[in-house]
Write a protein that binds this ligand. Structure first.
Ligand SMILES: [Fe+2]
Ligand SMILES: [Fe+2]
Length: 487
């Protein structure tokens, strides 16, 4: 064979490789050979509308029927020609049950299967609500299919009004098959109630900018290139942040000045609109003792903002474990900026890090080298002087919850209830500073009950039982009292 022919063959092989890589990166422009869905989201008033989503392998117009009785679906709507179908039903009655069917054979359900949903209550402080907060999902192989299936089934049985999710729904946002793994299971919990997700780093990926996430979940984004959004339902306001809209920054967030300003606008509006409960959902951990180092820059931007608007709780994921922190900005005598006012109330921070994804114990949480975190400057309110601090984050030890389990826990206190200074017990020197309470490496989800005066957050194992640590000594259930907010 001549050298000329060999060069052509090598060139063809290289070209094929490049085309395969491009095809995988841009899959929604090419092939998505499944019909998936349906799942619900909110784009408009949750009391008066619902948006139903599904995907078809072929680009086409697709039909949906709906009505107020399971036996009669007299209304019909046809989606625009696309693979990503979204139909918004509007002018619905508040607090009422409706039924719908998609005229497609879907990967999980046959054509004509009837689903139901319930519209939200109007803006009232007396109406109870319950929602689930779920963490990283990332179905990728048989063990994670099983854990995802178990969690989705359990969450559906809890019958929440809606579900929030902290990002990393998929293992790799650029690959069709990973979206299919997720979207085939999603209807188990999201065909009958809205699913509201934040963008994770696994949806974003380096050059991708979460385009597929925004196609799959067309929430009411306030900007074209950012995945932040927010929702008001009843007396609850929830803001979803996109920590990666500024581009790739390793395992840390990179948030644009635009989104930082939008967050303050969004929270201020919620306070002025008299939202009685305000929650923030984002993927990037505000605090963590997990595999990756704390994102000091994002945390130190966020803490004064959350304190100023006195929000109730923050939910995040990314570290595939559960952790709880209670922190009141400035209560320990330090603020980040000289003119900051100390917070009026505690804020609860929950890492709900795995509702199906591989646990942190599968990664380097036991083996990473101690991280010396980025140096930070805090202002001492008593001495009125700045101090430079640097914290250290150590790996976890294998303190099993029980002899037979693969669940590991961290309780950072001595028997006398003071913070343990031994790094073998307390895995980070930020624990005392930021009010670390408890951590456990286990599959879990959070349940948030809201009534007219209080909010209860409880954390649950996949079988629905309360997460309560070794010998039941750390029950994870907390009552948050309603705050009086002023600007
Ligand atoms: Fe993740
Ligand atoms: Fe992540």
């Amino acid at each position: 064979m001549s050298g000329y022919v060999i060069n052509i063959l090598i060139g063809l092989i290289c070209l094929t490789g490049i085309l395969i890589i491009l095809g995988k990166l841009l899959f929604f422009l090419g092939v998505y050979p499944w019909n998936d869905g349906p799942y619900l989201i909110w784009r408009k008033d949750p009391a008066r509308s619902i948006t139903i989503c599904w995907i078809t392998a072929k680009r086409k117009a697709s039909r949906l029927s709906w009505g107020e009785s399971r036996d009669s679906l007299p209304h019909t709507m046809v989606s625009s020609t696309s693979r990503f179908h979204t139909v918004t039903l509007e002018n619905l009655s508040l607090d009422r049950k409706y039924y719908y069917a998609i005229e497609e054979d879907l990967s999980r359900y046959k054509r004509g299967t009837v689903f139901s949903f319930h519209t939200a209550s109007g803006k009232t402080s007396s109406c109870p609500a319950m929602f689930i907060a779920a963490g990283d999902l990332q179905p990728r192989d048989y063990p994670t299919f099983r854990s995802n299936l178990q969690l989705y089934t359990r969450i559906n049985r809890e019958n929440p009004d809606f579900i929030v999710q902290m990002g990393d729904t998929v293992q790799l946002g650029t690959r069709a098959k990973y979206w299919h793994y997720f979207l085939k299971l999603l209807p188990i919990m999201a065909s009958t109630r809205p699913f509201l997700a934040a963008i994770g780093n696994h949806e974003h990926y380096i050059i991708h900018s979460a385009r597929n996430f925004r196609k799959v979940f067309p929430y009411a984004y306030p900007a074209k290139n950012c995945g932040c959004h927010s929702v008001d339902t009843g007396n609850i306001h929830i803001t979803f942040l996109d920590p990666y809209d500024g581009g790739f920054n390793g395992m840390n967030a990179k948030i644009t000045a635009w989104q930082k300003a939008w967050l303050e606008y969004d929270l201020e509006k919620a306070v002025l609109d008299n939202a009685e409960w305000i929650f923030l959902v984002l993927h990037q951990p505000v605090f963590t003792t997990g595999e990756y180092a704390n994102d000091v820059q994002m945390r130190n931007w966020l803490l004064p903002v959350l304190s100023r608007f006195d929000i109730d709780a923050v939910f995040f994921g990314h570290s595939h474990l559960y952790e709880h922190w209670v922190y009141r900005y400035g209560a320990n005598g330090y603020v980040l900026n000289r003119n900051d006012i100390p917070g009026r109330n505690d804020i609860h921070f929950f890492c709900v890090g795995s509702s199906g994804a591989r646990l942190e114990s599968s990664y380097k949480v036991f083996t990473h080298k101690p991280y010396r975190l980025k140096k930070e400057r805090w202002y001492n309110l008593k001495t009125e002087k700045s101090e430079i601090m640097q914290h250290v984050q150590y790996p976890w030890n294998k303190h099993a919850v029980s002899r037979s389990s693969h669940q590991y826990c961290q309780y950072p206190f001595t028997e006398e209830g003071v913070y343990e200074s031994d790094p073998q017990v307390s895995y980070s020197t930020i624990n005392k500073w930021f009010g670390y309470r408890y951590g456990e490496i286990t599959l879990h989800y959070a349940k948030i009950h809201i009534n007219s005066t209080a909010c209860t957050v409880s954390i649950h194992y996949p079988d629905g039982s309360l997460l309560q640590g070794k010998d039941g000594t750390s029950p994870q259930i907390f009552t948050l009292n309603k705050k009086k907010r002023t600007l």
